[in-house]
Design a binder for this molecule. Structure first.
Ligand SMILES: Nc1ccn([C@@H]2O[C@H](COP(=O)(O)OP(=O)(O)OP(=O)(O)O)[C@@H](O)[C@H]2O)c(=O)n1
Ligand SMILES: C[C@](O)(CO)[C@H](O)COP(=O)(O)O
Length: 222
């Protein structure tokens, strides 16, 4: 079955606080996004890669690639206002088969997780990687009071999130809602059950400056 991966990198990285969007920042001397594309190529070179980028960074990305070895073939699509809009744009290039959606800023995704998510999606059609909460969690009510939540009932959701392409395209034919923070939320709102599989604590999303320090350490330890 044909496999696609949409690597979303259309954001500006406000929480990182750098002028250069975080997906282009270097990790071990190589832009984060190049690590992520290589992770998918290593998992399966047959996966067709579609990358979303901010429109104004597409030329910069083309120039960046010329200077870096290990170029991985991919198509580029302009991102949108939110992650939802970026995925929706990329889905225009997806036909039948399976499609994984992955954050460009999760460079430590393992080959085994990528391949498992495709394998499970063949049967379950909507497969999402998740890990157990490590911290205690409290919920705040309207009056500012907090109460403990049973963390065993919670999961931290990661990417890849992998789907039957037809299902994901149909689910994304809706309008944006603020509750659509990932692809699973879009597919669930469309009415399809989400199957969770084990994620990996090393598959961090590089979001704020301390994540870059952790990422350098993870790279060093490999
Ligand atoms: N309009 C957008 C917004 C986000 N993303 C991508 O979705 C992934 C996860 O989003 P996040 O970590 O929130 O990235 P940013 O939106 O760039 O960060 P911030 O919220 O701090 O601005 C990132 O790879 C990001 O580039 C995207 O493709 N299009
Ligand atoms: C998709 C995601 O990485 C799953 O944890 C997450 O929801 C992205 O959230 P963000 O608000 O774009 O950081």
């Amino acid at each position: 079955m044909k496999k696609y991966a949409i690597i979303v990198a259309g954001g500006t990285g406000k929480r990182m606080g750098e002028s250069l969007p975080k997906q282009f920042l270097k990790l071990g001397g190589t832009p984060i996004l190049i690590h992520t594309l290589q992770a998918f190529y290593t998992a399966d070179p047959e996966i067709e890669l579609i990358l979303t980028l901010p429109q104004e960074e597409i030329q910069f990305w083309d120039e960046l690639n010329i200077w870096h070895q290990n170029y991985v073939e991919h198509k580029v699509v302009a991102g949108g206002e939110t992650r939802f809009h970026s995925v929706k744009n990329a889905l225009e290039l997806v036909d039948e088969g399976l499609v994984a959606v992955h954050d460009g800023v999760r460079p430590f995704v393992s080959a085994s997780i990528i391949n498992q998510s495709f394998e499970h999606a063949e049967d379950k059609k909507a497969v999402v990687t998740a890990v157990l909460m490590k911290d205690s969690v409290r919920q705040i009510d309207n009056e500012g009071k907090s109460k403990n939540i049973d963390r065993s009932s919670l999961r931290m959701i990661q990417t890849p999130q992998t789907f039957e392409a037809k299902l994901l395209k149909s689910a994304y034919s809706t309008d944006f809602k603020p509750s659509f923070t990932d692809d699973a939320s879009v597919v669930e709102a469309y009415g399809h059950k989400i199957t969770l599989i084990d994620g990996d604590y090393q598959n961090i999303k590089i979001t704020t400056p301390e994540d870059l320090i952790i990422a350098e350490a993870l790279l060093e330890a490999r």
